[in-house]
Design a protein around this ligand. Sequence first.
Ligand SMILES: Cc1ncc(COP(=O)(O)O)c(C=O)c1O
Length: 375
Amino acid sequence: MALPFLAEAGSTPRIFNFASGPGVMPAAVLAQAQRELFDWNGSGLSMLELPFTGEDFKSVMWRAQDSLRALLAVPDNYRILFMHGGASAQFSLLPLNLLGGAERADYLETGYWSRRAVTEARRYCAVNIAASTGGTDFDRMPVQEELHLDPGAAYCHYTSNETANGVQFHRVPDSGAVPLVADMTSDFLSRPLDIARYGMIYASSQKNIGPAGFTVVIVREDLLGRAHPATPTLFDYRMQAEAGSLLNTPVTFAIYLAGLVFQWLAERGGVAAMECRSLARSAQLYRAIDASVGFYRCPVQPAHRSRMNVCFMLADSALTPLFLSGAARHGLVNLKGHSMLGGVRASLYNAMPDEGVSALTAFMRKFAEEHAHHV
Ligand SMILES: Cc1ncc(COP(=O)(O)O)c(C=O)c1O
């Protein structure tokens, strides 16, 4: 008898998961992992049982890294690292690895996550807030003319997509000769990138990469070897680059799953195709919000709205719990906004089926009709 999940894989799922992370996984990838759980590649061993020092796991690791390099056209002078500790660890590891004796770094303050990065960086260096949109509750990203950059900064950090606030950069800030560093945790692999514009990019894995467990760091080679002497060996970018991210036991199962997601992505047209889909799907959702004549409201200025995390409020906030429970009954789950900000947040990562967005907009219209007297 087919296992229940296998019977469903490939068909339209009835539950649509809008979680901000860990987020929705491609059904085809889960089905493949289910098949291979007991017997990976005819080895008679589960992927969970492969020693990380053996050739089998190493081939999984190299394939995942090569696929990622191909997906993003990562130039040869950049190293791809799979690191422990989530993107939050990078908030500290970045200054530890890139200050290299300098005492200052630029940060763009654009929402909840960049603020967290700033707080952590202040433990290691003087932070210059090169721009902040906090004055208008992070309803947009700063424009280039607003940036007050410090030419003596070791690097300039920004968050390409603010997962909690639903605001996204749709252009790459220019930091001149200062290496640009981006936290791309929540929009990584959602569009093509010109990697050469960056000194470093990092993204934890539980959004568009799929499984929670590790953080991708893509770093230009000339920035390696600057780590503060007190940096733990495990978190020294150069040491990890030299060891092929195998300094200690990596999160083998998450890396295996990520490799399957990269393959899934490549088979579906790669990041250019993902960008087209995310443009169309986020536009569909924002249209539904804007067409509700005030029943729903997106606090983010239209030109800066995130294509990955669509955040909106109900005009009558007392209706929000009813909206969320009604949505869940329709199979539209994990729509609750960030705990600090409230409201509703629909995360539209690559693995979200288009039908999920259509089902959500249909539910939103119906809910607004039924409760229109509240506006
Ligand atoms: C933009 C951004 N940066 C950093 C983080 C923190 O990631 P982690 O939980 O992997 O430390 C998140 C988590 O959602 C995020 O969205």
